[in-house]
Design a protein around this ligand. Structure first.
Ligand code: NAD
Length: 307
């Protein structure tokens, strides 16, 4: 098959593009390289630097493509609070541009990388796809809006669409920006360098950590699975882990003690978030294989930044 992966030079996009190319598919990447870089991509993957909002560029890249993976996005919750317009421009406007260009070029299927962040604070866990979203950041709003646009435009123009709500993905190659870095690589780096971590409210907030290869397998299945048109599907491991327990596990895996600074404030996001993954199991045959300890060990082994 022929694929276009937007945001394909990023953390998840690189893993996906390489996985597809190694299975013999033809893969092109479109990325503005604002955060990702091309170094991790196999030579078989063609990477074009450009903005997902650039319709003429999209026309040329979409020719002959069977399925688009739409991963290009601004991805920081904290940054989105400071720059909501930019998050709307890229995550919403870029998605609408892509759908228009897909209509113009006759591409039939798109898989959107949405986010568990869409749920926000929910009265019950695990969260199910039918729960009403309560987005609490411009990032979460932008992902929810992107889902709605993709499904609505897809229905109007006969494009098959599916949105995967990915929870806390982690793994080798994950971006580690200077500020607001994701929790797993940030804590790993701190453990290796003998640093400290700040735990809000005792570190009792919970998240659903899912290893990159499991997310990639879900994305791969979504390109060809039947009966998923217009669906929203949670992709997590379905296991609720507190931030304090994550720190324990990182200490065990690295053999380094982390200095814990306790901040009694209850900030640090929603108190609980874990995915109900039964729909993914049924519709995608999804079976997450990598537990937290194994995932952290693989990250240490495979990512040179932690050795
Ligand atoms: P990432 O930042 O590593 O990848 C995003 C890529 O998009 C980057 O390479 C960046 O350069 C590119 N990009 C940004 N703006 C662009 C633009 N205007 N035009 C073209 N390219 C642009 O992030 P990631 O963790 O790999 O996330 C990939 C997708 O998965 C995103 O859509 C994100 O919202 C979604 N997601 C990720 C997670 C996670 O835990 N990693 C969880 C939920 C959802």
């Amino acid at each position: 098959m022929r694929f276009l992966v937007t945001g394909g030079a990023g953390f998840l996009g690189t893993a996906l593009a390489n996985r597809l190319a190694r299975s013999g598919h033809e893969v092109q990447v479109l990325d503005d390289l604002s955060r990702g870089n091309q170094e991790g991509l196999d030579t078989a993957v063609q990477c074009t630097q450009g903005d997902v909002d650039n319709i003429p560029l999209l026309w040329s890249l979409l020719r002959g493509v069977d399925c688009v993976y739409h991963l290009a996005a601004r991805v920081s919750v904290a940054e989105s609070i400071l720059h909501p317009r930019e998050y709307s421009r890229v995550n919403v406007g870029g998605t609408v541009s892509l759908m228009e260009a897909m209509r113009d070029t006759g591409v039939r299927r798109v898989v959107l990388a949405s986010s568990g962040a869409v749920y926000g604070r929910q009265p019950q866990q695990p969260v199910h796809e039918d729960d009403h979203p309560q987005p609490d950041s411009p990032y979460a709003v932008s992902k929810w809006a992107a889902e709605q646009y993709v499904h609505t435009i897809g229905q109007l123009w006969g494009i098959e669409t599916v949105a995967l709500r990915i929870f806390n993905a982690y793994g080798p190659g994950q971006q580690l920006p200077a500020s607001h870095a994701p929790v797993v690589p940030r804590f790993l780096r701190q453990a290796i360098s003998g640093g400290s971590v700040v735990l809000f409210g005792g570190g009792q907030q919970t998240r659903d950590f899912v290893y990159v290869t499991d997310v990639v397998e879900a994305l791969v299945s979504a390109a060809t699975a039947g009966h998923i048109n217009r669906q929203i599907i949670n992709i997590g491991r379905g296991v609720e882990i507190s931030i304090a327990a994550l720190v324990d596990e990182i200490e065990t895996v690295t053999g380094h003690k982390l200095h814990r600074i306790h901040n009694p404030e209850k900030s640090g996001g929603v108190p609980r978030l874990v995915a109900d993954i039964s729909r993914a199991k049924i519709l995608l045959g999804f079976r997450p294989l990598v537990g937290l300890a194994e995932g952290l060990e693989r990250m240490l082994r495979e990512d040179g930044r932690f050795s």
